[in-house]
Design a binder for this molecule. Sequence first.
Ligand code: SAH
Length: 255
Amino acid sequence: MSRLPIAIVSAMHHELRALLPLLREPLPVRLAGRNFHQGTIHGQPVVLVLSGIGKVAATTTAVLLMHEFHVRQLVFTGVAGGLRRGVKVGDVVVARQLLQHDMDASPLFPRFEIPLTGRTRFEADAGLADALAAAAQRCLDRPGHLIGPAHLRDFGIGTALVHQGLIVSGDTFVSSAAKSAELRALLPDALAVEMEGAAVAQACADFGRPFAVLRTISDRADDQAHVDFNRFIDEVASVYTRAIVEEWLQHGTRR
Ligand code: SAH
């Protein structure tokens, strides 16, 4: 098996903080204002890093990981707003495809198409997405075991589902029912909205490097989207991410 590292990229501090204690033989490297944490988790060489928020921050991070750290694959973790009906707070979405919902060079190019590439949607690596979805399913069979019954109650989480499909990204925190309804109408198959995944997808496509995006649903991208956001990331999403990443690194990375 290749000893080139796997990148695990977190959008937010809390998530990186949850993963760092798993890292053995840590070797931090500072580059472009970011701390890249090299080391191993369950014997697998990894690089952990905080990307920052938005498409540019995520792209810079992904390019550095591929070009400077030679990662063999990249997994982006974070939270997202649920768009499609049935994608609820506490569920997990694994991307199969990604699209930039704020890309619009019409009428020169069709809406959402990346100009001069002819591409609108980018495919996540199928094997990686399968492995992450399987790991998420194993972890979420009993979400109460992960976060405890009090948190399930506080955040209104009953059963936690793992969805797979289209994730859309743009440089906007979608926090109004009107904006999410517009996205749903334009992109009916979109499961969730966030701010980084499709940018990472485009950069990884340029480098021909496999990637996946794993998101916990923190909100419904509506007028309540900001409520308890940081608490949710700290107490639910970070716990999910750590459990799923550990499960995957221990049992599911063979390719
Ligand atoms: N309050 C946070 C900022 C969060 S920005 C802080 O202070 O750090 C939103 C982050 O969550 C981004 O990484 C984005 O990818 C994701 N996200 C969650 N819900 C979203 C939504 N409804 N719209 C867009 N991005 C969302």
